[in-house]
Design a protein around this ligand. Sequence first.
Ligand SMILES: *Cc1c(COP(=O)(O)O)cnc(C)c1O
Length: 433
Amino acid sequence: MNLNAKSLLECDRSHIWHPYSAIGSGHSPYLVESASGVRLKLDNGQELIDGMASWWCVIHGYNHPELNQAVTTQLNSMAHVMFGGLTHAPAIELASKLVDITPEPLQSVFFSDSGSVSVEVAMKMAIQYWHDKGHPTRQHFVTLRSGYHGDTFGAMSVCDPITGMHTLFADTLSKQFFVEAPQRGYGEQCSDEDMRPLREILQHHGDHIAGLILEPIVQGAGGMRFYSPDYLRRAHELCKQYDVLLIADEVATGFGRTGKLFACEHSGISPDIMCVGKALTGGYLSLAATLTTEAISHTISQGNPGVFMHGPTFMANPLACSVANRSIDLLLESDWQNNINRLQQGLERGLAPCRELSQVKEVRVLGAIGVVEMKQAVDMKKITQEFVESGVWVRPFGRLVYLMPPYIIDDKDLTQLTSAVVNVVKRQVESKL
Ligand SMILES: *Cc1c(COP(=O)(O)O)cnc(C)c1O
């Protein structure tokens, strides 16, 4: 390690929070110098194959010439301009693309800076809608256990109460209604009995519920669980029956990751409100959007106060919108469905040997997501180091070792990635015996 890297890391350790980290307890992030394609280059020259797509985002790989071009072209005309009273082509183009590619009834777009904020916006939309419909008591939400919707207070209130550490913020968090996470896996059917917990809450508390918020089909950071499309279809029916809005948080699942452009398509349903983020800009800049129907946007616009009460400073940032436009075009111009199939098969084949290991509880793959669920929590620091020594970037949490590589990864790199997972997981087994 050169001197410069050493002092940078010292400064990092002393002053900087990382996601869910402590300061001063010897955390040791790896210093990245650059990234290109599916490779991260560390300051010591080592290259790692990226298995994380920087948390669902980097679908086209790093340092992509066309995405770089989209940013620099936009940069030369304007980096930013306020969105209050002004508008611009990149935002208009992006809004119309999003309206085109999401389910038909979603026609109105609200841009924000991050997935968490897009969830806050969705929740506020639902509450304002019911307020304007003459149901001011509908201010709460029902959601699924094991969910994750972001780290701001509204979003946090609908995250799983245990993994989301609700006790810590108990007096500040809004009280919401929780139903058990769907028990039927992908491809399984649900019975009326499976839907009972949700149905009962809607029956008994419908007057206080503005919406059901969930991650369609794949629950991400709350446990990397895949569940039955039949559950989502039936949940959608229950929402209609009890007159509750359905909010689909597609922040992680959007843009092809699960094998459909949006995970709602697995169930053939259209939510009343949809959040997108993460892969929206191909991982270049922070941008998210909340889409809703005209019925909802018109009700809010004709109600009291007659405006939707939210307006981020960096709303619809032109650089972010421009790169999002290019990223969506790249995805749609590619043969993405076959490509995600290829990744699904590669992950399935590559991770299959983990099924035989005594330390592994389950291996599951859907689209370009591969999960090895261990029986016991891993030592995150140690296992990350083992992955780095194997030449790959994989960052497990709890009992979950998981992969969601950039879509451009080729078969050879994917095999190297999955082999590294098999070998490292195997070592966890051996060291336990
Ligand atoms: C990551 C994530 C969020 C939060 O997005 P941020 O950009 O981190 O604020 C919300 N919902 C889901 C499903 C996510 O995966």
